[in-house]
Design a protein. Sequence first.
Length: 73
Amino acid sequence: MPPPPADRDQLALSELLDRALNKGVVLWGDATISVAGVDLIYVGLKVLLASVDTAESLRNDARTTGSALARRR
């Protein structure tokens, strides 16, 4: 007998969250509020959603790649 749909939805959400934390997800966006063609407010948003281990791993990879590129020049 298959589980009720609510359990499958919760399982799918937990799997999605697990994958997002393991791989890391970056969200970014910009919003500008203007009146009569004059920009009044600009909001920029950048969000990284990851586990601490993943964030440290990504930071270390970026440092290694950056130093390797600097050595090539």
